[in-house]
Design a protein around this ligand. Structure first.
Ligand code: G
Ligand code: G
Ligand code: MN
Ligand code: NA
Length: 252
């Protein structure tokens, strides 16, 4: 059980670190971007997965400070690579529903872009589909974020029951196909049909489509055959510490 007080101290002590997972072009093998995924490097517990503490952060409200820390650290790290002459493509950062509704997200993103020098078009904010359908009031916030020049993507797409009418009204740039659909791709069946439909939907709405959770060559080949351009998953790389990230193409 993770307690709010312990998490707050971890944040204050700099124990929350970002790992990074590449997003790969399926046609060229090149790294198009990285997703920042927070981990708790605890002196007592070792590396703690966000699945265990993000829910605590959400209910306690600590997610707002935690999210600000992750955004700042991811942009700083992006600029470190950039300044070394490496090209990390885009940096994707997860934003929770509570952060979106906090009223301070737009000002935070603006401030972090200014203080780090991060090019706005290289920053992508990932918002889980469930939050996007829950609350109509967030559309103006999304528009304000777009006005800063950043990109928006819908995370876990396919699990949040957004209607096509709703999707049409959201100022987003990318759909991230939830990994639950990618898992079943190797066998004929519903998952193949769902992934095919999402790729077609993205194509016809002018949205990029990324497949999450790609673990096998057969999943990769199926996605390629469908015309899905970008993928992310253990097949290419697990999320790793900044020092262990390779920005080289994963296949020639
Ligand atoms: O990295 P991992 O697969 O263990 O992440 C588990 C969950 O935690 C995922 O749903 C992921 O989106 C979420 N997560 C990881 N990092 C962050 C973050 O910085 N902010 C938010 N809000 N969620 C995150
Ligand atoms: O909710 P979100 O999509 O942000 O979370 C991504 C989560 O998926 C992270 O916890 C990350 O560690 C995990 N992940 C990334 N690639 C793979 C994969 O290929 N297989 C599995 N099982 N999990 C993955
Ligand atoms: Mn994500
Ligand atoms: Na996801």
């Amino acid at each position: 059980l993770i307690l709010e007080g312990a998490l707050k101290r971890a944040l204050d002590n700099g124990e929350l670190v970002c790992h990074y997972q590449p997003q790969v072009s399926l046609s060229t093998g090149r790294i198009l971007g990285l997703e920042a995924l927070v981990r708790w490097q605890s002196p007592e517990m070792g590396l703690v997965s966000p699945g265990r503490f993000i829910p605590v952060a959400e209910t306690s409200g600590l997610i707002v400070a935690l999210g600000a820390h992750v955004l700042r650290e991811a942009c700083r790290q992006y600029m470190r690579w950039f300044d070394q002459g490496a090209n990390p493509g885009r940096m994707a950062v997860n934003v929770s529903g509570r952060q979106l509704r906090s009223g301070s997200l737009v000002a935070l993103v603006k401030a972090v872009l200014e203080e780090t020098g991060m090019p706005p078009e290289s920053l992508e904010l990932e918002i889980t589909e469930t939050f996007l359908v829950e609350d109509l009031a967030i559309v103006p916030i999304l528009s304000d974020l777009k006005a800063l020049g950043v990109r928006l993507s819908i995370d876990d797409f396919g699990t949040g029951h957004s209607s096509l009418a709703r999707l049409k009204d959201l100022p987003v740039d990318k759909l991230k196909i939830d990994q639950s659909f990618v898992r079943g791709l190797s066998e004929e069946g519903d998952d193949q049909a769902i992934v095919r439909a999402i790729v077609a939907l993205g194509g016809s709405m002018g949205l990029d489509v990324l497949a999450e959770g790609v673990e096998t060559e057969s999943q990769r080949h199926f996605l390629q055959s469908l015309g899905c351009e970008v993928a992310q998953g253990y097949l290419f790389s697990r999320p790793v510490a900044a020092g262990d990230v390779s920005l080289q193409a994963v296949f020639p």
